[in-house]
Design a protein around this ligand. Sequence first.
Ligand SMILES: NC(=O)c1ccc[n+]([C@@H]2O[C@H](COP(=O)([O-])OP(=O)(O)OC[C@H]3O[C@@H](n4cnc5c(N)ncnc54)[C@H](OP(=O)(O)O)[C@@H]3O)[C@@H](O)[C@H]2O)c1
Length: 324
Amino acid sequence: MLNATIKWMSSDNRNERWMEFKENHQLLTCCRSTDMGSQCGAGVSLTAIFVCAWPSGVPPVNCSPVSNRLKQKWALVTGASSGFGAETARQLADLGANLLLGARREDRLAQVAAECQERGAASAHIQRLDVSDTVSVNSFAEWAKATAGRVNVLINNAGGAHGVDRVEDGHDADWEAMFQSNALGILRVSRAMLPLMKPYSGGIIINVGSIAGRVAYEGGSAYCASKAAEHSITKTLRLELNGTGLRVGTIDPGMAETEFSMVRLKGDKQKADAVYAGVEPLTAGDVAEAIVWAANRPPHVCIDEILMMCTAQAAPYKVHRTEA
Ligand SMILES: NC(=O)c1ccc[n+]([C@@H]2O[C@H](COP(=O)([O-])OP(=O)(O)OC[C@H]3O[C@@H](n4cnc5c(N)ncnc54)[C@H](OP(=O)(O)O)[C@@H]3O)[C@@H](O)[C@H]2O)c1
């Protein structure tokens, strides 16, 4: 016996409905009936139907979004060579988007792009990008213009943390790297891409912030400050673009297991592993799901902010750990 959820979307993109079935015959009856159409309203046809079935007693897994507004859209992801960016690219590929992927490690980008093609991306293009360098960002924008001519979805994700030193022991190179990528990088990339976005209403910019931008913690001064800057940049863009039809929002995750801690702790695997010891942290997939969900909302909906943490983390410094 199967349990099933069936979801459907009407052609006005507003009527997202779902029904859950516990018995096969209930599901079949619904599929044959006009219930789905009647619930969407007169004169509105169905544009998307999604069925998720699973054996009784087993919870459903990997339910894709019911509606797909990203098919064939041009989505640009910075920092697509690993972590949230790579996983966001993969999940956008699942929805059939065209992808423009940037980061400094081109071999890793090529790997991600190949996976995206396999998963159904309409196309996947890569180009080296260093968001801390204006020349690199501007030439990336020229490449995007020549390749796609437009950007519908911009995911400003590139960045990270460098070091955990207290202010009194801090290093200029670490501080500068964090402000360059986490704050100035978003400004540079947004400035360069807006001309490719503004002519097409319904576009969206999603910046990746952090719980660190909202709550300071010892050893996080420059990282927290750079992510607080990301928050202010997001809010400013939201105001400046009001009336253009472009949306702007921030996704702010807490602890997530990616290459983030290896970068922050300068390749010390033991210390990086200790960050996640005794905890089930967020995964790149969890965060990418939130990003793609926000990007997939209809044009009249702007997800301004999402703050998400793993259940074990109630604050940057309050993490419940179980014994090994
Ligand atoms: N993991 C967490 O716990 C966590 C929590 C909250 C927020 N965040 C934020 O989430 C974002 C993604 O991090 P992640 O966790 O996915 O870490 P990650 O696995 O280390 O990925 C970071 C990505 O950013 C790229 N990047 C870094 N500096 C860049 C630069 N100057 N120019 C272009 N690309 C650059 C890296 O690519 P290349 O090295 O190839 O350039 C890589 O693709 C970051 O902004 C990070 O601050 C992470």
